[in-house]
Design a protein around this ligand. Sequence first.
Ligand code: CA
Length: 232
Amino acid sequence: MREQARILIVEDEPALLEMLRYNLEAAGYGVDAVTDGQEALYRIEEAAPDLVLLDWMLPSLSGLEVCRHIRRRAGTSDLPVIMLTARGEEYDKVRGLDAGADDYIPKPFSPKELNARIRALLRRSRPALGAEALSVGSISMNLVTHTVSRNGRDIHLGPTEFRLLRHFLENPKRVFTRDQLLDAVWGRDVYVEQRTVDVHIRRLRKALNGEGEKDAIRTVRSTGYALEAEED
Ligand code: CA
């Protein structure tokens, strides 16, 4: 089993956007798309994708500006960004990388090349995509047998707590807002109250934290939750 990585396309040219969407969906990615820079920032704020494909020349806010915003914001400072651009000059490449882009692809490019760059970047940023087991500190999850243990002790989790923990294990130490957890664990199309997240976090804690063990989940006041990656 392999979790589907989610890619946000930011591209104002309809034909190219559709080509990218078609290509990425065919490659097995979850795809979301917007056509303007400001809209991209709103979308990322709602739920950070696993990777952003960002056109340079965009209405309202340029790709460079969008990239700088992404890097400045604590929750997205390490979000993988690939810049797409019609400008092929070396000078622009430097500016793109200076703004914080992880990679840079001049148009026109082949879908094959783009897919290879995306795979390489995702492998670096989220080694968990494609993994059969996840572990952080004393907590381990086997994705094949769907079992969880902490310090060798079997942990029994409900399906929602399992997905929550999996999301945390794939992103150790990263702080998630309740909204981000709702999108990642329950899905964007489902309406669930924010309080529901607290209920499942409480159950997850109860299951994970044995006597004398540290609380595995950190509450970040007025923000959300993160997995504590330390050894016990
Ligand atoms: Ca453009």
